[in-house]
Design a protein around this ligand. Sequence first.
Ligand code: NAD
Length: 516
Amino acid sequence: MQRPDTQTYAQQFPKLPPTATDAQGHLVYTQFIDGGFTRAGGARLATSDPVTGRQWASIARGTAQDVDTAVQAAHRAFTRGAWPAMNASQRGALLRRIGDLVAEHAEWLAHVEQRDNGKLSAELSMQMRYMANYYYYYGGLADKMEGTVIPTDKPGVFNYTVYEPLGVVACITPWNSPLPLASMKIAPALAAGNTVVLKPSEFTSASLLELMKLFQLAGVPEGVVNVVTGLGAEVGATLVDHPLVQRIAFTGGPEAGQRINEQAASRMKRVTLELGGKSPNIVFDDADFEQALKGAVAGIFAASGQTCVAGSRLLLQDGIHDRFLERLVEIAGSARFGHPADPQTQVAPISTAPQLGKIESYVQVALADGARLVAGGKRAHVPECPDGLFFQPTIFADVDNRMRIAQEEVFGPILSVIRFKDEDEAVAIANDVDFGLAAGVWTTSMPRALRMAGKVRAGTVWVNNYRSTSVTSPFGGFKMSGVGRECGIAGMREYMEIKSVWLSMETDIPNPFVRR
Ligand code: NAD
């Protein structure tokens, strides 16, 4: 399977200005600050293709100075010029123009994203086409954030509320779904009237810089959106600390999330933290067996388990446990590895070399704790991608929920299978974890489905499906899985402050020494 040559493929999208290359033919991405791409120069970071293990591009290793330049640009854009002069309807129209350009360039964005994170074309193409909806949805919502007139109990005053933007918003994103996770932040932030500085993952920055070309084409005013690339400890931490940044919207691991939350607290900055999970996928004896099997596979082996909502703990009720596990082992053992651009491929490479190392280390952790390895457990050699970072779909049986493999997020294709007797035990196991991002329930009993949806402590509960998400529905975590919500109307409110305005209808202020 051959993927199209990136530079040749780029010519099929003539509206996009080309990205320069270096002497070795690697694309040279620069930062996007104050409406334009910066000049190449300074330290750079290599960005490599998980399919070949080889470098295909480089990005700028941003500095504290770059962060300050970008935040100052975003602050200027927020306080004066074209952006604050636009009304909410005009912002909405601009977002819808971005949506049209995203839809038009979806295949190109999918190509670039795949070079960085190696995800399946089948999933990426769908994700990129869907991404236009973030801009359409929040474009539509921009002029519908209505305040209220409060029938207050105080005489002689008229009181109303309005939603206002916060100012400069910092968005920090991980490598598993770089563009959707960035768009989930940019679209509501702009719809609300904020300006933005983004820091993408150092492993997957290219696609966001391609997206910025579309923002230029759409006519986004200078400084409204900026991208500073580089390392988390350098660019990310400096951005979080910058005094002009009002809110941090972060998606990533719990460790970085906790550190950001602490840093933000010292200046009372608002945060949205979308962190990891250890989600239970719970199958009852009365479930539709074949559908639940598909749900278990989708939960942990789709995207090689590199999704925050991975159903990495499979809870199986006694009656179906053995039969279900046997079928799952067969499916895991027969999954097709291959080039992610090949439509027949089911298992694509792991996105980064450090992540592959982490996955391998967790196999040892599980074995040391006494879990029984029943499928996978090793790197996979794939002849058509001999240097690809592949890992076998892996299943551990006889897992006790207190084992580390059941408590800690791996972010890879490792499934822990846990047995349970009844509903109460399923709920107890499901909730006995620090995280609370998502959960799956498989049952044909509607009363049980409703009871379980009510009792499981997670931000999203799927009944008889897994991994459905939509821009229209709020998404986020309970407990250590995060703070706040993205998507839906709730996602838009995160980027706004509510203001209460009091107008006097009287000509005389009564006794000023006494509160009215
Ligand atoms: P990560 O936390 O290592 O990095 C995420 C981003 O934060 C990167 O851009 C990184 O450079 C930056 N960063 C790291 N340290 C920082 C610091 N101290 N200050 C500021 N920025 C910093 O996560 P990752 O390995 O890129 O992604 C995997 C993690 O993301 C998993 O834990 C996964 O569950 C989580 N994730 C969550 C969701 C969700 O919506 N809940 C979605 C996708 C991924």
